[in-house]
Design a protein. Structure first.
Length: 220
């Protein structure tokens, strides 16, 4: 019994050393525990086969979980690379963003909206960075689908607004004056891609847009 206890102490020391490098128990540590248990079981009172089988099943499940985790990591890496390639492929193309935010360059901006169903009336409103309404734009259509118009930057006072960050807000009503789901749109030409902070930003003549905010892309 003393020999068994001494051997177990050595194995336990090895396991402690193995775990010293990290706080998470891995599959190798689990296997070491299982082998140590087999090597140091009492010959007069061996381990229950049923319990041993259950431990083997646990080890198998643990190994599968580690394999799944590794595969998920590879998939995540592949997804990031695919997103970068997708972003780069948009350079030189016309893209429509559904976020509503844009950067007015002092010249003009192509703004619009998307209707899920036909509307009785629709309108566009441009807000500045403080949320103040600076321009009201007429509807360019009330049928389902995308509608665009070119805004030259003229504000409510008849003067051009200053270059900077703005937001276009779309509003649509049916014949009963009930609100219809409407998505604001900004049409831009993609001129580059910035890969900063783990996010792919599309650079355009109307500011930067996230790849996930792009709703459509067209060749020029």
């Amino acid at each position: 019994m003393t020999m068994i206890a001494d051997t177990q102490a050595v194995a336990t020391g090895s396991l402690t050393k193995s775990l010293a490098g990290g706080s998470v128990m891995g599959k190798d540590d689990f296997l070491l525990l299982l082998v140590t248990q087999l090597q140091n079981q009492d010959p007069m009172d061996p381990q229950d086969p049923t319990e041993f089988t259950a431990q083997l099943a646990q080890f198998s499940s643990l190994e599968q979980l580690f394999a799944i985790n590794d595969n998920l990591g590879l998939m995540a890496g592949s997804s990031i690379e695919m997103e970068r390639l997708s972003a780069l492929s948009m350079i030189g193309k016309e893209a429509v963003s559904g976020g509503g935010f844009f950067n007015f360059n002092g010249s003009s901006a192509t703004l619009g909206y998307q209707l899920e169903v036909g509307a009785h009336e629709a309108s566009l409103h441009v807000l500045d960075a403080t949320g103040r309404n600076v321009a009201n734009l007429p509807a360019s259509g009330t049928n389902p689908g995308e509608h665009f118009l070119t805004w030259d930057g003229t504000g409510l006072n008849g003067q051009k607004v200053a270059p900077g960050e703005y937001q276009v807000v779309a509003r649509a009503l049916n014949a009963n004056e009930e609100t219809i789901p409407t998505k604001p749109l900004v049409k831009s030409v993609i001129t580059g891609v910035d890969m900063l902070g783990g996010t792919n930003w599309l650079v355009s003549d109307n500011g930067n847009f996230r790849l996930k905010d792009i709703v459509s892309v067209r060749d020029l």
